[in-house]
Design a protein around this ligand. Structure first.
Ligand code: NAD
Ligand code: DAU
Length: 333
């Protein structure tokens, strides 16, 4: 029996992870540490037998106490939205850098294991038509304050491994979708726009490519890495969806929801063009494979399930909708 400390476990990917881990390893004890920022929701964990602690990963004494009672820390907590980081980078520096540093120091003191959740955005972007994909060896070239702070947090983890012998693994994953995703993000924003009688909003021409992966496939990979990953290693996670652009995704959502129209809105400054992940290492070493792969069947099935979830959980997203849309409207988006 292990005790897992899950930071950011009331957010999108973290809460889906807690649901999956509780199903897959029912004897594990789970502690969730979450500040409940605008992006966290305690109800995401309702019905689960977890110890929930509301607090900040930058709070040294609190983090120390929780790490001392855990065997493994899975670190999801972050400020995660690029558009917000362009408006105010300051909480990104605090949580993503100072928060990760605070955790690392506690892990070093108590000799525990860390799995650090990171993103493909640390590698920057690729030209739209490039056949290239990011590997674990691709040099870091982040573009936004969000991705720069995530890149910095990865560097901190590697430095603590090398300089202090801390036990850690890192995973860098592509764009997730699925239940419980905050409606500021691309896919749930468009689904809830349609449910709310608004037009879906496409930034610029919509030629940008994101390598979409269902959140359960991401989290299944994290569980594999926790159990079988090699210490100090980094694993890329992706589901080979790097041939669909934002316009095609919005048109697929429209088709699945029976509407035709969407509108083009102001583009994101410094918009990354293309992300594409090579996850060969994870597949070969750990035998992981995504369930929702290839756009035609997998992503269609994943989006259908996600649309149904937002339809059935209007009480979850309704209180957020007006405020999120007003913020976007101020920026012409
Ligand atoms: P999210 O914004 O939905 O959730 C983040 C959670 O962290 C929230 O519950 C929030 O309350 C909590 N949090 C924020 N600051 C905190 C602090 N200082 N102390 C404690 N808790 C705090 O984010 P997400 O989309 O679930 O992303 C989770 C992780 O996965 C992040 O590290 C992100 O960089 C990474 N990631 C996300 C994606 C994606 O597509 N969403 C892809 C790859 C990697
Ligand atoms: O690649 C992994 C990253 O994916 C994670 O690290 C981030 O935490 C996560 O937010 C996500 O970043 P993106 O910026 O790619 O995701 P977002 O959902 O904000 O946007 C996806 C694409 O859709 C992007 O090209 C911008 C575009 N977009 C976004 C919104 C909100 C639109 O066209 N319209 C929109 O309304």
């Amino acid at each position: 029996m292990r005790t897992l400390l899950v930071t950011g476990g009331a957010g999108f990917i973290g809460s889906n992870f807690v649901h999956l881990a509780a199903r897959q390893n029912p004897t594990d004890r789970i502690i969730v540490l979450d500040k409940i920022t605008y992006a966290g929701n305690r109800d995401n964990l309702s019905g689960l037998d977890v110890e929930f602690v509301q607090g900040d990963i930058c709070d040294g004494p609190l983090v120390d106490e929780l790490v001392s009672r855990s065997d493994v820390v899975i670190h999801f907590a972050a400020e995660s939205h690029n558009d917000n980081s362009l408006r105010d980078p300051s909480p990104f520096v605090d949580t993503n850098l100072v928060g990760t540093f605070t955790l690392l120091e506690a892990i070093r003191r108590h000799a525990r294991h860390l799995h650090h959740i990171s993103t493909d955005e640390v590698f920057g972007d690729l030209p739209i038509d490039s056949p290239e994909r990011f590997t674990e060896e691709t040099p870091y070239r982040p573009s936004s304050p969000y991705s720069a702070t995530k890149a910095g947090s990865d560097h901190l983890v590697r430095a603590w491994v090398r300089s202090f012998g801390v036990s850690a693994t890192i995973s860098n994953c592509s764009n997730n979708y699925g239940p419980y995703q905050h409606i500021e993000k691309f896919i749930p924003r468009q689904i809830t726009n349609i449910l709310d009688g608004r037009l879906p909003k496409l930034y610029g021409t919509g030629e940008q490519v994101r390598d979409w992966i269902h959140v359960d496939d991401h989290n299944a990979a994290v569980l594999q890495i926790l159990d079988h990953g090699r210490m100090g290693e980094t694993y890329n996670i992706g589901a080979d969806n790097d041939h669909v652009n934002n316009r095609q995704v919005i048109e697929l959502i429209c088709e699945l929801m029976g509407v035709e129209d969407y509108e083009h809105v102001a583009d994101r400054p410094g918009h990354d063009q293309r992300y594409a992940m090579d996850s060969t290492k994870l597949r070969r070493e750990l035998g992981w494979a995504p369930r929702y792969t290839d756009t035609e069947t997998g992503m269609r099935a994943g989006l259908t399930q996600t649309i149904a979830w937002y339809r059935e959980h209007e009480q979850w997203w309704r209180p957020l909708k007006q405020q999120v849309e007003s913020g976007y409207q101020e920026r012409g988006q």
